[in-house]
Design a binder for this molecule. Structure first.
Ligand code: 0X9
Ligand code: ZN
Length: 409
């Protein structure tokens, strides 16, 4: 009865145009377009593309293009085909499965409700050394939910390790990876000496999905959505890039967009996205209490380990050498598991410029000893829609890299 009511309501809403139809990517292509640093071409390209997959690159960009726009993009600049049919590639991803508990969690993608359930179930199994935590509320009113994990010394007694996942909505492999870290720390604590030493050394704050609205939107409406779901009065376009909205060097030129339609829209004011407000408060609270030893912002894709700064390609963190040292060892640990090769370096000079990004904020304002952005698998073959059979290999190799960092930090 209830479900009949709900479905007729949904049907009525759909008729009224309130529930958008899911974007159908059949026949869409991913094209790699050579820009040769010509920014006027980028503007034209952004109008023709449904999504820009690697916003920020000046040399070339990968764009999702509808069949009817492919010729126009080719006319604009030399393009090569990266994905023949995005719809077919998304089918290979594996859809999402019902929650079954245990390590099978890491063999499929899941709904947002199931992600919350996974966290609650995990915590319920380890009530003496973990707690559910929150970090504010999203635009649509969802609570940014995470888990705190501690060892000997008790809750909140050690330097903090803070880990964020799924900042960008379409980067589904990242929440799985962040959950795997929490899962390993808790389930291996009593049997694995290395894990025990890490849990006893740090106070972990782990938030697998910091952009819940965007994540839900990728499951219901547009698989390739990146930003949050905040509106602006001046535009019909939706969404701020949470990784361009942090209140440090938000105003610096060149690393974000002031166009609400852009994938890297920075917002109207520094830190004006509700998600950023919650995350900023979390960082501030940890800074003021136990201090942050290590911050990890987990993204995909590209296979990079990056550290500050994003806003200036000539600047180096005062502990740049130590950052490099930990990243070098983490990259070797990852390679030792599966052969997956990572590129490491300061973020701006290695990837591209970003302003108002998380790791610049945690490094300078948050006073975190170490701050890294991980870009997980792959290097573009599947991109954001990494097939389900790569979840387990990815989370396992990344775990090895992060364990290495935690030992060294
Ligand atoms: O552009 C981004 O925000 C990140 N790449 S992604 O493809 N996942 O969107 C890279 C951010 C790296 N820079 C800093 N953290 N400063
Ligand atoms: Zn990202």
């Amino acid at each position: 009865m209830k479900s009949a009511l709900v479905s007729s309501l949904l049907f009525a809403l759909a008729l009224a145009g309130a529930v958008p139809k899911k974007v159908d990517y059949n026949g869409f292509k991913v094209l790699r377009v050579n820009l040769n640093e010509k920014l006027d071409k980028l503007e034209a390209l952004e109008k023709l593309a449904t999504h820009v997959l690697n916003p920020g690159k000046a040399s070339f960009v990968d764009v999702v293009v509808a069949p009817e726009n492919v010729d126009a993009v080719n006319a604009l600049s030399a393009a090569t085909v990266i994905t023949e049919d995005v719809g077919a590639a998304l089918k290979e991803e594996g859809g999402f499965s019902a929650y079954a508990g245990s390590e099978t969690w890491f063999t499929a993608y899941h709904s947002y409700a199931d992600h919350l359930q996974f966290l609650r179930d995990l915590q319920a199994g380890y009530t003496s050394n973990s707690a559910i935590i929150t970090a504010g509320t999203s635009v649509e009113g969802r609570t940014l939910t995470g888990i705190q994990i501690w060892g000997t010394g008790g809750r909140g007694s050690k330097p903090a390790v803070l880990i964020h996942g799924n900042v960008h909505a379409r980067e589904w492999i990242t929440s799985k990876t962040v959950e795997y870290i929490a899962w390993q720390l808790l389930t291996k604590y009593s049997t694995d000496a290395t894990v025990k030493s890490l849990v006893d050394k740090f106070d972990f704050y782990i938030v697998p999905i910091v952009n819940p609205d965007g994540f839900v939107y990728t499951q219901r409406t547009d698989r390739l959505w990146r930003k949050n779901r905040q509106t602006v009065s001046s535009s019909r376009c939706v969404g701020r890039d949470i990784n361009r909205n942090w209140p440090y060097k938000w105003d610096a030129p060149g690393g974000a967009s002031t166009d609400p339609c852009s994938e890297t829209y920075k917002g109207v004011a520094a830190g004006d996205a509700p998600e950023n407000k919650g995350l900023v408060a979390q960082v501030q609270q940890l800074k003021a209490s136990r201090g942050i030893r290590l911050y990890l912002d987990i993204h995909s894709y590209g296979q990079y380990i990056l550290w500050p700064y994003g806003y200036d390609c000539n600047l180096r963190a005062e502990n740049d050498a130590q950052h490099r040292n930990l990243a070098t060892r983490a990259a070797s640990a990852i390679r030792a598991v599966s052969g997956t090769a990572y590129t490491i370096g300061p973020s701006c000079s290695t990837l591209y410029a970003t302003t108002g990004s998380s790791t610049d904020y945690t490094d300078v304002t948050g006073n975190s000893t170490y701050s890294y952005t991980y870009e997980l698998r792959d290097t573009g073959k599947y991109g954001f829609s990494l097939p389900a059979n790569q979840i387990q290999p990815t989370v396992r190799e990344t775990w090895a890299g992060i364990v290495s960092m935690l030992k060294d930090a």
